[in-house]
Design a protein around this ligand. Structure first.
Ligand code: A3P
Length: 343
């Protein structure tokens, strides 16, 4: 029986399988609760406790169904606008520093956007666009270890193999007020790209506070990773954008050690590798590169949209005192008793 199944599997046409999975996913999507989206998606779908843009759902389901993790995999998990681009660049540079020293003239980060070098599982690798030749089974099996991937999928919805394999997960968190401001700007750029009028700050803020944002509720996303980081010290590292801004060298060393690529004292002190990586991945450097000024994301959006100000506390320039009170109160209610501290 097992042999017959294996034979049948070997004979199965991957294109047909993709098509039948895609049809299954479409039925599932149509059954999910929906809310209006923020940008180019048609709507958000509520799945396993979180809001997903409909166009990303097939990618998320495909990751859950098909991704086979390796213990050596390194996963960068974030909510959108928490500094994903930065931590992707830092980890890519740190993990690959043997092959690509940070001062190498042809370093991949000089010619590719970090989002491409550390692809999102659900966005890029498990293609999420609703297209006829839907390609849900990319050949990521052939990638050499350690594989570096990004994801916005909440911890509770990650594929089981990722948890069981012991892959390392680095979760970057950012304070909700800056995340909101960054998200509002970013979504309005995406709206402009598809000729939609901008979303007012008030409207976006109300949706964010109700939890209806990409991969939201924001607070729940942070909490599931926070709990996981307490329960699985060896597997999930929880770091903050604000800490990365205040002590980038200290955080980079901690992250590199956690993923199994610690800096030796010679690398740090004599070769100055930590500082060189920080310079390579700094906001000023990355945002001034031609690829990030004029290059385009697969969605059609310019990479420049991923580099706005790169500062802590820009929310003070946008939020009214009522908005601050509301968001602070939600944060207090959601995180109370969990031991999660804020800057
Ligand atoms: P702002 O909009 O507040 O400027 P993500 O990468 O998760 O989409 O997050 C984008 C946010 O990270 C943006 O925040 C962006 O400017 C900031 N960012 C991008 N690259 C950065 C870097 N190298 N250093 C610091 N912040 C960076």
């Amino acid at each position: 029986m097992a042999e017959a199944e294996a034979e049948a599997e070997a004979e199965a046409d991957p294109k047909e399988e993709n098509e039948s999975s895609y049809q299954r996913y479409k039925i599932l999507i149509s059954s999910l609760p929906k809310e209006e989206g923020w940008a180019s998606e048609n709507y958000f779908c509520h799945y396993q406790g979180f809001w997903y843009p409909d166009i990303l759902c097939p990618g998320v389901f495909a990751v859950q169904d098909h991704f086979k993790a390796r213990s050596s995999d390194i996963i960068i998990a974030t909510t959108p606008k928490s500094g994903t681009t930065w931590i992707k660049a830092l980890l890519f540079a740190a993990v690959n520093r043997g092959m690509y020293p940070p001062t190498y003239n042809h370093h991949p980060l000089l010619s590719e956007n970090p989002q491409l070098l550390v692809p999102f599982l659900e966005l890029r690798l498990y293609k999420s666009k609703i297209i006829p030749d839907f390609d849900i089974l990319p050949d990521i099996e052939t990638l050499p270890s350690p594989r570096l991937f990004g994801t916005h999928i909440p911890f509770t919805s990650l594929p089981q193999s990722m948890i069981d394999s012991g892959s390392r997960i680095v979760y970057l968190y950012r304070n909700p007020k800056d995340v909101f401001v960054s998200m509002w700007h970013f979504n309005n750029k995406m709206r402009a790209a598809v000729s939609k009028p901008p979303l007012s700050a008030m409207e976006a803020f109300d949706r964010f506070c109700k939890g209806v944002s990409q991969f939201g509720p924001f607070w729940d996303h942070v909490l599931v990773y926070w709990r996981a980081s307490l329960e699985r010290l060896q597997q999930v590292l929880f770091i903050k954008y604000e800490e990365l801004q205040a002590d980038p060298g200290g955080v980079l060393k901690r992250v590199a050690h956690f993923v199994g690529f610690p800096f030796t004292s010679e690398e740090e002190k004599e070769q100055g590798l930590v500082d060189k990586i920080l310079r390579l991945c700094s906001f000023e450097n990355l945002s001034s590169l031609e690829v990030n000024k004029t290059g385009k994301h697969s969605s059609g959006l310019g990479y420049e949209a991923f580099f706005r100000k790169g500062k802590v506390g820009d929310w003070a320039n946008y939020l009214t005192s009522e908005m601050i009170e509301r968001i602070d109160q939600i944060t207090e209610e959601k995180f109370h008793g969990h031991g999660l501290k804020f800057c």
